[in-house]
Write a protein that binds this ligand. Structure first.
Ligand code: GDP
Ligand code: IMO
Ligand code: MG
Length: 422
């Protein structure tokens, strides 16, 4: 039995969906433990491309049970859309393949409208959120006012809570009525998905099943340890997997961090290695770096060893999955940031205060690129020497071994060095 936590080590969009789908090939249970449909996890199989926002990335594998855990926030309309899309490609989900925790929280149109209002009023100070209602849902959860999925079972509770939420979220009675009717109308298909999440996980553990914990976002977007306030509204680390699912830290047997071979960020906030030049544009075009959720162009830059050391430390990672190596194919030179300069001094720690971080300058190490096409490689030996040197250097800088290398978006475009399940 392995409980494998998979998390993002940067600002999200590292390729978690691809790696999760791949590792789900040996999983019995795949769990989303935090976040909501701010996530966009892309999976490419012979059935084409699928972007999952809330359904776990085990959904493309027959025989895998998927769990949307207690720590998540769910927009039922998005969940419905995803279930329909999965059904269309012959992978229908029902209570035998998908469980939703009754403790997860609901996102409504009122949450989204309120977030849009906040972002608009922040003007230059806006976060650049995905506008999916994530922040208001988590904030109201902390205030103990939000509606939980399990509370949909009682019509009276739904009516009372939505009326209360409407007052706080400055929604009209008409809006509240619409939301209430919508939520009462989904109960036929939604309530059967609710199940005892704790029991499901305990039984899976007891019978020696492989459990894959699918992180959303990335550690630099973690509400506590990320680049606050330019973060999401939940935890995003391996520790969050425990709280979001209801397992003790000792239950995680191994963890893998997904690391893009360069770096991207969507939304506002400091990004030391950002390239606001032709190289940044080149990475964006080659890497097709446009948001899977909002289609916004992603900001692109070089690998940041200082930020990665920070995220490895807060996650306690056993191995790395390096993705999108192919995007760097053919570059003359590649830069790796190994330290920062702050006020004329070299620093090696990662300052999480946004103001301080926006003043650091990356100190780079330059490496020659490589010729040839890594996408064709299916084992480490087939990689160009330059690519191997780059990966070795990442291992040296991070102190963590690379278990998997992704050289294309398709499930098969992968080099497995060390199976993390074993
Ligand atoms: P996630 O949020 O971490 O799951 O990542 P996203 O799905 O938002 O973004 C990653 C993008 O890169 C998607 O379009 C993937 O199909 C694509 N991708 C994943 N791995 C690779 C890879 O190794 N090479 C290339 N070229 N694309 C990849
Ligand atoms: P996946 O799981 C990239 C970013 C938003 C914004 C900030 C806050 O696909 O990696 P939010 O809507 O969460 O309140 O927005 O966090 N963000 C992501 N960026 N990938 C994600 O998820 C993200 N989820 C949130 O762009 O900067
Ligand atoms: Mg994404």
């Amino acid at each position: 039995m392995t409980v494998l936590a998979l998390v993002g080590t940067q600002w999200g969009d590292e390729g978690k969906g691809k790696v999760c789908d791949l590792l789900a090939g040996e999983a019995d249970l795949v769990v989303r433990f935090s976040g909501g449909n701010n996530a966009g996890h892309t999976i490419v199989t012979e059935k084409g491309m699928m972007i999952l926002h809330i359904v776990p990335s085990g959904a493309l594998r027959k025989g895998v049970h998927n769990l949307i855990g207690a720590g998540t926030v769910i927009d039922p309309a998005i969940l419905r859309k995803e279930l329909d899309a999965l059904e269309e490609i012959g992978l229908p989900q029902d209570a035998t393949t998908l469980t939703v925790s009754p403790k997860a929280h609901i996102i409504t149109d009122m949450h989204r409208a309120y977030e849009a209002w906040i972002e608009e009023h922040l003007g230059d100070y806006k976060i650049g959120t995905t506008l999916r209602g994530i922040g208001p849902a988590y904030a109201l959860k902390a205030l103990r006012l939000n509606l939980r999925t399990g509370e949909l079972r009682s019509e009276e509770t739904v009516r009372i809570r939505i009326a209360l939420l409407a007052k706080i979220l400055q929604a009209t009675e008409e809006d509240a009525e619409k939301v209430t009717e919508y939520l009462l109308g989904i109960r036929d298909w939604f309530l059967p998905l609710l199940g005892d999440d704790i029991k499901l996980v305990r039984e899976a553990q007891a019978s020696g099943k492989n459990i894959l914990l699918e992180g959303a976002q990335g550690a630099l977007l973690d509400i506590d340890h990320g680049t606050y306030p330019f973060v999401t509204s939940s935890g995003t680390t391996t520790a969050t997997a425990c709280t979001g699912l209801g397992i003790p830290p000792s239950a995680i047997t191994t963890s893998i961090g997904v690391l893009k071979a360069y770096c991207t960020r969507v939304g506002e906030g400091p990004f030391p290695t950002e390239l606001s030049d032709e190289m940044g544009d080149l990475l964006r075009e080659r890497g097709k770096e446009y948001g899977a959720t909002t289609r916004r162009p992603r900001r692109c830059g070089w690998f940041d060893g200082v930020a990665t050391a920070h995220t490895i430390a807060i996650n306690g990672l056993d191995s790395l999955a390096v993705t999108k190596l192919d995007v760097l194919d053919g570059l003359e030179q590649i830069m790796l940031c190994t330290a920062y300069e702050l006020d004329g001094r070299k620093i090696e720690h990662f300052p999480t205060e946004a103001e301080v971080l926006s003043n650091v300058k990356p100190i780079y190490e330059e490496m020659p690129g490589w010729k040839g096409n890594t996408t064709e490689a299916r084992n480490y030996e087939e990689l160009p020497e330059g690519a191997k040197r780059y990966l070795k250097r990442i291992e040296e800088i991070t102190g963590v071994k690379i278990a998997l290398i992704s050289v294309g978006s398709h499930r098969d475009e992968t080099i497995l060095i060390d199976n993390p399940w074993i």
